[in-house]
Design a protein around this ligand. Structure first.
Ligand SMILES: Nc1ccc(C(=O)N[C@@H](CCC(=O)O)C(=O)O)cc1
Length: 475
């Protein structure tokens, strides 16, 4: 029997349990660093599959590692399972602004992501065991991809040490390799403190933290003209200071997310944003405290692994959709603006020809190094420590934006399950190719060594920055 095709069959045999797991995780959306139930459900399955569990990886209660196999190379599979705030199912059904509704939801498909990576890990281990081959498989339960950069904290503590290669995937509405780099980012709190006073009777005694916050925002708007082209800066006001206009606000806080294509550019831009904040504090005679929350690196591509994953996707051959999928996808697309659908194509440098297909089951051509994933991922940090590759597979209707209730709504669909299974087959077969072919693994590692000799990895989160959930408690 062909060694690679065997893993497809193993995935098909194992899949019902992992599809069920992805549905269960969808049913209990948990936010960053609070993924206790999702972690318990995963650990229970990995234990039942005979994997040895290491809990509390990097001091994070919702980070774990599951290992199986003996000797040989060590291949990692990265899983995510955190949800987003403000994307409840109810909000989706009511078609209201999800943010206004509150509630959590799997708006980036992470219910599928972790379960799919586990499925790949178990199928790979079963294949090694059936063939009596040496080799170890590690599944990493990585918390807080959304705004928490769990993997970056894990990377800082050496959680991925000892891996020879790592594979992962992300649900999308296309089948493709992750396009080129993702954006590196730094997230930090800017906390202004002033002095309260009666806003009419004694304004001269007040020093407004809210003014400082607003002036910082104005300064950042001016900074935009002089930022690297693909840089992004966005913010949320996390403390408005107060709700009484007749009080000079003595405290105000914003959380800034600063992104750029390269990690050093993101860090340099953060320094410039800090100057804007200090300027705003000086103008208003307030003080500002700056607290780094988290950061992540851009992705480092590995052409050897990219080509391997692409070849496996093409061998397996895309995804077939049936009439029910198309009806379902059409219903979702009817709630989307036509421009959104066009934008989804443009993201991949494609021009829709005529009416866009409702679901894209085709595999897009090869690595596309000219394209940048218009977001960030903490997989970036793993990719600077270990040769890493990842694919996206079609789980959602074309045009569905990430972080939308439409995406939440498709998280348990048969099409989403098929996309997950396709990703698991691609990852498992890619891993088996490396176990079978030491030269190929050697090439991936040599490429990685050459690239990181030029720019070695430095964790963008300094050693003294504590985990976000611990800092939040301390405050
Ligand atoms: N294949 C994907 C990987 C990541 C994302 C994503 O949206 N990531 C968050 C990460 C946020 C963060 O790093 O703080 C973002 O860019 O806002 C989307 C698709």
């Amino acid at each position: 029997m062909n060694a690679t095709i065997d893993t497809d069959q193993l995935v098909d045999t194992l899949k019902p349990g992992y599809i069920d797991l992805s549905d269960r995780i969808w049913d209990m959306p948990e936010l960053r660093y609070q993924e206790q139930q999702s972690v318990s459900a995963q650990i229970e399955m990995m234990e039942a599959a005979g994997f040895k569990i290491t809990r509390n990886v990097a001091g994070i209660p919702t980070a774990f590692m599951a290992e199986a196999g003996e000797g040989g190379p060590v291949i990692g599979f990265l899983g995510e399972f955190d949800a987003l705030a403000g994307l409840s199912q109810e909000a989706g059904i009511a078609q209201k602004s999800p943010l206004a509704e509150g509630g959590n939801g799997h708006g980036c498909g992470h219910n599928l992501l972790g379960a799919g990576a586990m499925l790949a890990a178990v199928a790979t281990r079963d294949h090694l065991a059936a063939k009596g081959m040496a080799g170890r498989v590690r599944y990493f339960g990585c918390p807080a991809e959304e705004g928490g950069s769990g993997k970056t904290f894990m990377a800082r503590e050496g959680a991925f040490d000892g891996l020879d290669a790592a594979f992962c995937w992300h649900p999308a509405s296309f089948n493709t390799l992750i396009p080129s780099n993702s954006l590196a980012n730094v997230q930090a709190y800017f906390r202004f403190a002033g002095r309260a006073a009666h806003a009419a009777a004694s304004p001269e005694l007040g020093r407004s933290a809210l003014d400082a916050l607003e002036l910082m925002s104005v300064g950042v708007q001016y900074l935009r003209e002089h930022m690297p082209e693909k840089a992004r800066v966005h913010s949320a006001i996390t403390n408005t200071g107060g709700i009484s206009p007749n009080v000079v606000q003595d405290s105000a806080e914003a959380l800034y997310l600063i992104r750029a294509p390269q990690v050093n550019e993101a860090l340099a831009l953060f320094e410039r944003v800090k100057k804007v904040a200090l300027g705003a504090a000086m103008m208003t005679e307030t003080t500002v405290e700056i607290e780094v929350d988290k950061a992540c690196s851009n992705l480092l591509r590995n052409a050897t692994l990219d080509e391997l994953m692409q070849a496996q996707m093409e061998r397996i051959g895309g995804i077939e959709f049936d009439a029910d999928d198309l009806t379902y996808a059409k219903a979702i697309q009817d709630t989307l603006q036509p421009d959104d659908i066009g934008a989804a194509f443009k993201m991949f440098g494609l021009e829709p020809k005529g009416k866009p297909p409702v679901l894209a089951g085709d595999i897009l051509a090869g690595p596309r190094p000219e394209l940048v994933l218009p977001g960030s991922t903490d997989v970036g940090d793993v990719s600077w420590q270990v040769p890493t590759a990842q694919v996206m597979t079609a789980c959602h209707a074309v045009g569905t934006p990430f972080h939308s209730w439409q995406l939440v709504a498709q998280g348990k669909s048969p099409a989403a399950h098929r996309g997950m299974v396709f990703a698991a087959k691609t990852m498992a077969a890619s891993a088996i190719s490396l176990f079978d072919n030491p030269d190929l693994l050697g090439r991936a590692k040599a490429e990685f060594a050459e690239r990181t000799a030029i720019t070695p990895y430095t964790c963008p989160i300094a050693p003294e920055v504590d985990l976000p959930f611990r800092r939040a408690k301390a405050r």
